[in-house]
Design a binder for this molecule. Structure first.
Ligand code: XBP
Ligand code: MG
Length: 264
């Protein structure tokens, strides 16, 4: 039985995967934009956790508005209001990221560095905006590492956002790679669904808001990528696993999966 196809690229999700950006980043930026607009909207951490079921900031605002004031949300200028609110939110978010308040999760810089050294191509598939991605990469990686993502699929480049597969399909097309040659790294159930629908094997590193979500079909479900002095833990294929996610680990998981009944 043949092993897994050679790994050619790793496709990273951003929010919750590269960094814990939601509770103290995006949520704070949304609330600052609401205050700027004179709205009495304030998303608590708990409310925001529920709203994360809706991918996309503009879509999330629209969902919230329909819930609290369906008539106003249906007005002719509602879309324009949402776009203006979201643009202000992005301004607040990029400023917050540029201040250095948000750091990469454990193991992310290490795995990116190893991939670059070994010629594994790097890409991003995210629901957030390109501005937000570039702000995060600039604030958390050196210029060479930040420029190492050859393809960044972000936000409105696709109409249907996660859990639709569109953003991953967009990245695979631009990289001219087959899903079997790639690995996705995600933090959320809707992100895993998007990757799985694109036939990508996915390692899930759960985040603040997603630890209790369902991750069927993941190659591994871990609490992070781990560092040598702070191993990650979780489950991979058929059992408990603890350690650092590196290219050798990923290769072993992919080969084990290729030889398992699940892959037939
Ligand atoms: C997570 C999202 C984004 C962010 C907010 O993206 O769903 O909408 O919550 O960012 P990811 P925007 O796919 O990286 O997990 O307001 O720019 O949408
Ligand atoms: Mg995410």
């Amino acid at each position: 039985m043949p092993g897994a196809a050679a790994l050619r690229a790793i496709i990273f999700d951003v929010d919750g995967t590269l960094a814990e950006t939601e509770r103290d980043g995006h949520r704070v930026a949304f609330n600052r934009a609401f205050a700027d607009a004179g709205l009495d909207w304030h998303w608590s951490s708990a409310v925001y956790g529920e709203l994360l079921a809706i991918a996309g900031g503009k879509e999330r605002i629209a969902h919230w508005w329909r819930r609290i004031d369906p008539q106003a949300a249906a007005a002719a200028d509602a879309d324009a209001c949402i776009r203006a609110l979201h643009a202000d939110k992005t301004r607040h978010y990029t400023a917050l990221v540029a201040s250095g308040e948000i750091r990469l999760r454990a193991g992310v810089a290490r795995l990116i560095g190893e991939a670059r050294e070994r010629g594994i191509r790097l890409a991003i598939a995210t629901t957030t905006t390109l501005d937000n991605v570039q702000a995060l990469l600039s604030a958390t990686l050196d210029a060479q590492a930040a420029s190492g993502f050859e393809c960044i699929g972000a936000g409105d480049v696709v109409r249907a956002k996660k859990p639709a597969p569109d953003i991953y399909a967009w990245v695979l097309r631009r990289m001219r790679l087959a899903p079997q040659q790639c690995l996705a790294i995600e933090d959320s159930a809707i992100g895993l669904r998007a990757a799985y629908a694109s036939r990508l094997q996915t390692v899930v590193t759960t985040s603040d808001y997603t630890a209790r979500q369902c991750f069927d079909h993941a190659l591994a479900v871990l609490d992070g990528l781990g560092e040598p002095d702070a191993p990650a833990q979780g489950r991979a294929l058929h059992g408990a696993w603890r350690g650092c996610v590196d290219l050798a680990t990923i290769g072993a998981w992919r080969d084990a999966y290729a030889h398992s009944p699940a892959s037939t």
